[in-house]
Design a protein around this ligand. Sequence first.
Ligand code: NAP
Length: 253
Amino acid sequence: MAKLTGRTALVTGASRGIGRATAIRLAQEGALIAVHYGHDETSARETVDAIEKDGGRAFTVRAELDVPGDVDVLFQSLEQGLAEHVGATTLDILVNNAGISEKGEPGTFSGEQFDRLFAVNARAPFLVLQRALPNLADNGRVINISSALTRLAKPDEVLYAMTKGAVEQLTLHYAKHLAPRGITVNTVAPGITDNGSAVFSMPAVVEQMARYSAFNGVARAEDVAHVVAFAASDEARWVTGAFLDASGGSLLG
Ligand code: NAP
């Protein structure tokens, strides 16, 4: 028996990479998935197609997450999709995954870069979780995707790491707030993970990146998706406010 049968899940940024792998993984466990994307409808459809080919159920939800009214647009489509598929707007699992990164010379980041990264990586998860509160079922699950970068210093990614530090605060405080309802809130922190972008087809670059991991490799998106699926499961009911390191030992030094 699939573990998430009868549950509903919203995975933000599920048109590719870790979000797509997570959507597919949760669907394999029986959940109905809202596949959120910002711009790339074709790729989001491919996620839905992959889920349906596997016998699962999913629908797409479009919302650009750094524009005014973004979260309202997201929840309008989400609630419509849920109502059409299951006749209710209850959400059992929220995965705040959508994110962007940017590197730069320390000392040169602009206010615009700061605002853009914080809008997508911190403001959106905060407002999405806040807006999801009336929809979230008791004993539901919230999983916020951070990064191992919050635990080691990499000055060219200081801005990105700051946004993820904010995400981890979201986990901590909402874990306490939602515990009386049995809702767990956890952080999953990937290390370098193949998200299908061109750089992962360059062996010399991959070799460099692999050195961060104690396993001397880069993760597949599925490796992270398994950890998210655990956090989403009933078995993880006694885990909340946690930082789940899915970095392949990148923090071991
Ligand atoms: P990715 O392949 O770059 O995909 C990003 C996803 O987020 C896409 O579905 C994209 O949808 C969506 N998105 C981006 N900006 C958006 C916006 N403004 N509005 C709406 N949707 C937006 O990402 P990934 O590498 O799998 O990373 C997923 C998460 O893991 C992120 O939070 C990232 O910070 C974190 N992470 C990744 C790694 C890694 O090495 N890959 C390491 C540590 C942490 P559209 O293209 O349709 O807009």
